[in-house]
Design a protein around this ligand. Structure first.
Ligand SMILES: Cc1cc2nc3c(=O)[nH]c(=O)nc-3n(C[C@H](O)[C@H](O)[C@H](O)COP(=O)(O)OP(=O)(O)OC[C@H]3O[C@@H](n4cnc5c(N)ncnc54)[C@H](O)[C@@H]3O)c2cc1C
Ligand code: FES
Length: 264
């Protein structure tokens, strides 16, 4: 797998909410090799504080030239990233990890919670570009309508027709958790492939339902990551049968078949 280090010029920094930002950078090597589900390691400041790069999913690529990231400010690194402006440069390595397998699937459901929605938008675009699944459902979850911001419309604008939202406070769509939308919108007559990314409890609920229904489920997992290139072993997770060597999210994932990993 090709990986690159690029000194990427910031093209746009959009503040979608006071906490959520969408950053567009010029990184032609990464843009032209990236697959949906892959991520980049970002040096969030021009200096070495913070020392460690931060992992962020690729939200979309634009014209083999630009890479877009969607991120939430949660700590020092993302706060410094949000302070960067067009014209500044950002050091990125990527594309890293593997991607979702989405070709030749009869019916696909993309289900994301919070910033887990970030890689699903890239996936949605690629599904529409390279395949014509007879059925594709997008389920988006957030704490509030404000947190989801423009995302439901973004999916609609690229041609996704079946999009449903769920919010914790009921301010948009279903009042409750996004996993609760699965039985409502996925009919058992189809052979579904479910692609999920979000907080652990959401993923666990999705995996449980997929098992019950016999649907194939791919999950994009998040762990703490120090290197992103399989050198520090900090992203180890146990296999489903708790035997053998641990899996590493940065190298073996971040996308896994849900049956490969342990759901503790
Ligand atoms: C494969 C992958 C893809 C991701 N994609 C996105 C995305 O598209 N959008 C988004 O908003 N967030 C994403 N995250 C989470 C994001 O990496 C963390 O929110 C970010 O690293 C926090 O950095 P910080 O310095 O602001 O926070 P701090 O809490 O100050 O970070 C301290 C340390 O903990 C690590 N860390 C903290 N939270 C996480 C976390 N949830 N996952 C991994 N490492 C963490 C940081 O990398 C850093 O080394 C992703 C994580 C992974 C593993
Ligand atoms: S993050 Fe270092 S080995 Fe995976």
């Amino acid at each position: 797998m090709n990986q690159f280090e690029e000194q990427a010029e910031i093209i746009r920094q959009e503040e979608l909410t006071p906490e959520i930002f969408r950053l567009t950078v010029k990184a032609p090597e990464i843009a032209s090799h990236a697959l949906p589900g892959q991520f980049v390691m970002v040096r969030t400041a021009p200096c070495y504080d913070p020392l460690l790069r931060r992992p962020l999913s690729i939200h979309q690529t634009i014209g083999n030239q630009q890479v877009q990231l969607l991120y939430k400010v949660v700590g020092k690194g993302t706060r410094m990233l949000a302070a960067m402006r067009p014209g500044h440069t950002l050091n990125l390595t990527g594309p890293l990890g593997n991607g979702f397998a989405f070709k030749n699937r009869p019916a696909i459901c993309l289900i994301g919670g919070g910033m887990g929605i970030a890689p699903l938008y890239f996936l949605a675009r690629e599904i529409l570009r390279v395949t014509t699944p007879p059925k594709c459902v997008v389920l988006l979850g957030g704490r509030t309508a404000a947190e989801l911001g423009p995302l439901p419309r973004d999916f609609k604008d690229i041609g996704m027709t079946e999009i449903h939202s769920a919010t914790d406070d009921g301010s948009l769509g279903h009042h409750g958790f996004v996993a609760e939308l699965l039985p409502k919108h996925l009919d058992s007559g189809h052979d579904w492939t479910v692609c999920a990314c979000g907080p652990h409890p959401m993923m666990k609920a999705v995996v449980g339902q997929c098992r019950q229904q016999g649907w194939q489920c791919q999950v994009s997992l998040e762990t703490m990551m120090a290197c992103g290139i399989s050198a520090c072993l900090g992203c180890a997770i146990p296999r489903a049968d708790l035997s053998g060597p641990y899996l590493h999210v940065c190298k073996d994932g971040p996308v896994f078949n849900a049956e490969e990993v342990a759901w503790l």
